[in-house]
Design a protein. Structure first.
Length: 422
């Protein structure tokens, strides 16, 4: 569900945290109403075919059988039985999905999923991805990052640069990259180390201010001050850098269909059944790339006829292959029965009203409670379940009208949507 980025502000809004980060991981499971939950970090959303098969086996053997995609291109396994943590960790480790147990929750990296496949980017970010992951796992300081801290590697097209990451590296041509925060150009070869240096500087800045923070936006200091500290650290590390015009422009995530040397599908509400996962692995030749828009890109070289045949196979399994599908504009949290805090089965309600709501001007995001887990950062319609069994709709920033409309039950959602967008 592509969304625009929120506008930046010259002064970060302080947000000190009274407790530690409880974000789940592969080794730290979260207890939900449908069982334990594990979140497996997949830098850039990249899975080898063997790793994908291992995840599918783990989901079937230990969980509810499905694979749940997150807005960061990671995978969650749900419905895990109590006491299976050791067996899960062993399976993930054997598949190469736990290169560092001390860093497993901080390997949050999104990357342009079509990079190197469609000729649209300025640089293939895959070498950056491998180097950044290795540098993160080699950094003792990086272990202090929260499970919510996010890196973005953009190949220049502007897709993941608009996702509000804490540290963004964007290709700008001339074998260079733009680093944010820091607001400088660095050589492309230095980009991964520069990104880790920026994250380490954030940690030091938080410590010097005596605050516990999870994201760069939490820091109680002007953005320009953090930029200056990062430039000083780059200089000390011998990483050459210079100012220049900040890159502009943005792009959406990959549309469903055949795109360059790849096939792209959207996963309704981010939930992949065992059959759908198996079909993806059968179509994939080498790897899968999970996207931050709850989709999957499959590198695929072949004739037009072969691509059409593969897409038809994936569509028959229930994956979205039509770029006009209304599913591309709908997202939701897990809702009932998986979450005890949810006031409604928001996923079932979203599916029931899909045809009536059509393709609204802004994406819809359904939330079961006020926490709004997984909601997008850009402009969207907030569809919030209320304790009385109804919903409250409002237009979220940055283009919100300030209007709020209530719907007594899910059948009234289309009328409420028309009112909020009129």
């Amino acid at each position: 569900m592509p969304t625009a980025a929120l506008p930046s502000t010259p002064q970060a809004t302080p947000a000190t945290r009274e407790r530690g980060d409880a974000c789940p991981g592969a080794l730290r499971l979260h207890t939900a109403d449908d069982g334990a939950l594990a979140r497996i970090r997949l830098p850039g959303g990249v899975l080898t075919l063997g790793q994908a098969e291992a995840l599918g086996r783990a989901a079937r053997r230990l969980g509810d059988g499905d694979l749940h995609l997150t807005s960061r291109g990671n995978v969650q396994l749900r419905g895990l039985a109590a006491g299976c943590g050791g067996e899960l960790a062993e399976a993930l480790d054997a598949a190469g999905l736990l290169p560092s147990r001390e860093h497993e929750r901080v390997r949050n990296v999104v990357a342009s999923p079509l990079s190197g496949l469609d000729g649209a980017g300025l640089q293939d970010v895959r070498p950056w991805l491998a180097a950044l992951d290795a540098a993160l796992c080699a950094s003792d300081a990086a272990r202090g990052l929260s499970g919510r801290f996010l890196f973005a590697l953009d190949d220049g097209r502007g897709d993941v640069a608009g996702l509000g990451a804490d540290v963004t590296v964007r290709a700008v041509g001339d074998d260079a990259a733009w680093l944010t925060p820091g607001s400088v150009r660095v050589a492309a070869a230095d980009a991964p180390l520069a990104a880790v240096a920026a994250a380490e500087t954030f940690l030091e800045a938080a410590q010097s201010h005596g605050v516990r923070t999870w994201r760069v936006s939490d820091l109680p200091m002007p953005a320009g001050e953090l930029d200056s500290l990062i430039r000083d650290r780059l200089t000390a590390a011998g990483i050459a850098h210079e100012g220049g015009p900040e890159p502009v422009g943005s792009a959406d995530g990959p549309p469903p269909g055949a795109v360059g040397a790849a096939l792209s599908v959207h996963v309704p509400l981010g939930r992949l059944t065992a059959r759908q996962w198996e079909e993806l692995t059968l179509v994939a030749g080498v790897e899968l790339r999970l996207t931050p828009w709850r989709g999957v890109v499959v590198p695929h070289e072949g004739t037009t006829a072969r691509s059409a045949e593969a897409l038809a196979r994936l569509g028959a399994a229930g994956l979205v292959t039509d770029p006009a599908s209304p599913w591309l504009r709908v997202g939701a949290c897990i809702g009932r029965p998986g979450c005890g805090k949810a006031h409604a089965d928001v996923r079932a309600d979203a599916a029931r009203t899909l045809e009536a709501t059509g393709r609204p001007a802004l994406p819809l995001y359904w939330s079961g409670c006020e926490r709004r887990c997984g909601h997008p950062s850009g402009a969207h319609i907030d569809v919030l379940a209320t304790p009385d069994g109804g919903y409250r709709l409002s237009a979220a920033a940055p283009a919100g009208s300030g209007r709020t409309v209530s719907a007594a039950d899910p059948s009234r959602i289309p009328a409420a949507l028309a009112a909020i967008t009129s």
